[in-house]
Ligand binder design. Structure first.
Ligand code: ZN
Length: 271
């Protein structure tokens, strides 16, 4: 009987140490990481949903303050793009300001960034990674393997420079208190993640990564033909929508220009 009670206590989580409470001074900033003119919107639909259409998307990065620590979520295009415009296939990318310059405006130095979390390995999310060599890199294990296999110079500080990296499998509770969680959402790439940020006043915010690219894409469940897995993408979308519903979360599609207005305009932050 005693053993049964003990087992039940374990099962119910009784006696386990409660997770630390999130700090009251958490904050979330949206950072500008450039914009992309998409010349053929059908690159985001493997069912030809957007034939003949073009669209300008935004490229967003985010900074989360958690007590005295910072998590930078995604790093946009490379800083060399600042003030320029470059075309690659259906995409024309441009960028006005670097991450380091934006962080300086709110008094944050690159070496104060504790973690850099990467939603996935694509170029428009990893460009300014090398500016944060002191940060612990959090990236889906499958995406990290692909970058290593391709000998990407974006990850050199962590493959050869002695930087600390934590390849993520499944979900990752970044600060150990449930306030910031990398959510396992594979399909766009091998180990793509979205980010849940639970702010004390604003409430839960979900950053999509590239699970969706724009609002219509989410409404109609559009799957880009270049995703690594259609079936995993569909499963991730189902999980994401359940989380959004259950938590009554504010969903921000990172590439959707209309979603910029869902957070205070930089340098202001959501709290
Ligand atoms: Zn992508």
């Amino acid at each position: 009987m005693k053993r049964i009670i003990a087992l039940a206590a374990v099962w119910l989580g009784l006696g386990a140490a409660a997770p630390p409470a999130p700090p009251a001074d958490m904050a979330l900033w949206r950072l500008d990481c450039g914009s992309v003119l998409v010349g053929d919107l059908n690159v985001f639909s493997d069912t030809y949903a957007y034939t003949g259409r073009t669209k300008t998307l935004t490229d967003s990065c985010y900074l989360v303050r958690h007590g005295g620590q910072y998590l930078l979520w995604d790093t946009g295009f490379p800083k060399e793009l600042v003030g320029k415009s470059e075309t690659d296939g259906a995409f024309t990318a441009s960028m006005k300001v670097s991450l380091v310059d934006q962080l300086a405006r709110i008094g944050v130095r690159p070496d104060q960034v504790t973690y850099v979390g990467i939603s996935h390995r694509h170029d428009d999310h990893t460009g300014q990674l090398p500016e944060f060599p002191h940060a612990t890199l959090l990236i889906g294990a499958g995406d990290f393997e692909t970058l290593k296999a391709r000998k990407s110079d974006r990850i050199t500080p962590w493959t050869r420079g002695g930087g600390k990296v934590e390849p993520v499998t499944g979900d990752k509770d970044v600060f150990g208190d449930g306030s910031v969680i990398m959510l396992d959402m594979p399909g766009h790439t091998e180990a793509h993640h979205s980010l849940l940020v639970r702010l004390p006043r604003t409430g839960p915010v979900l950053l999509t990564g590239d699970l969706y690219h724009f609002a219509e894409n989410r409404a109609t469940g559009g799957v880009p033909g270049f995703n690594t897995s259609r079936s995993l993408t569909m499963a991730s979308m189902a999980r994401f929508e359940s989380i959004a519903r259950n938590l009554h979360a504010r969903v921000i599609i990172q590439h959707e220009p209309a979603d910029i207005a869902k957070l205070p305009l930089f340098p202001a932050a959501a709290r």
